[in-house]
Ligand binder design. Structure first.
Ligand SMILES: N[C@@H](CCC(=O)N[C@@H](CS)C(=O)NCC(=O)O)C(=O)O
Length: 221
């Protein structure tokens, strides 16, 4: 039995970032999937094996980086602090990017879409200040890459459902987006299969944008 187990819904972006870190560290782990509307008792009991159970993907990633080599955080304390500050920005970034997926009306969708350039601009400037790519800190992959990759991926998915057309205006962000998405550690499923799963969920949620998902591209789960 693997020492580490991540419990997640199949398309959860938060657990995806911890799975990426475990793969970067080449640690064996079990990724156990549960259904959001049918949560097993052992999960509700939180710690069925009476082992340490951690929640919050950021806390999990910090713990993994503290305990398993190679270190993904930068060595210099100031760089580490800057990285943590940008990881703290992930929830703001994430909700701006995914708000279009939760909009009930066209007006709400448009408002959400108009909000996306704000965090994109912030990240564009941050990436410019940090490095010359391909990753957030430059040549070395870090926890910041792991933290943002699932949400950059969600943007790409949503842009393919209905064209948003924002990332092209932020060349450094666009280049950064490509790097972790090209990396095996980012993916818990084959990328095409995963995108079909995401689209299928989005279709099922029946939000305003769901109408733009053609039935033939929705995966059977
Ligand atoms: N801040 C949390 C966010 C986790 C989160 O929101 N996960 C979603 C699934 S992707 C969830 O559990 N939502 C609440 C629920 O469905 O009960 C983390 O980083 O782990």
């Amino acid at each position: 039995m693997a020492k580490y187990m991540l419990v997640s819904f199949k398309t959860c972006p938060w657990v995806q970032r911890s799975a990426s870190v475990l793969r970067e560290k080449k640690v064996e782990f079990e990724l156990r999937h549960i259904e959001s509307d049918n949560r097993p008792d052992w999960f509700l009991a939180i710690s069925p094996h009476r082992k340490v159970s951690l929640f919050e993907s950021n806390a999990i990633n910090e713990y993994l980086d503290d305990t398993i080599a190679p270190r993904l955080h930068p060595e210099a304390p100031i760089e580490r602090a800057i990285n943590r500050a940008w990881t703290d920005y992930v929830p703001t970034f994430a909700s701006a990017v995914t708000a279009t997926a939760y909009a009930d009306t066209e007006a709400e969708y448009n408002k959400a879409a108009e909000g996306i350039p704000v965090p994109f601009e912030r990240l564009e400037k941050a990436v410019e200040k940090q490095n010359s790519g391909p990753f957030f800190n430059g040549a070395k992959y870090s926890l910041v890459d792991a933290a943002y990759a699932p949400f950059l991926q969600r943007y790409v998915f949503l842009d393919r459902v209905k064209r948003l057309g924002h990332i092209e205006k932020f060349p450094r962000l666009k280049a950064w987006c490509a790097a972790p998405l090209d990396r095996d550690s980012t993916h818990s499923f084959p990328p095409d299969e995963f995108e079909a799963m995401y689209r299928s969920n989005l279709k099922r949620r029946n939000k305003w944008v769901s109408q733009f998902i053609e039935p033939e591209r929705a995966a059977a789960e």
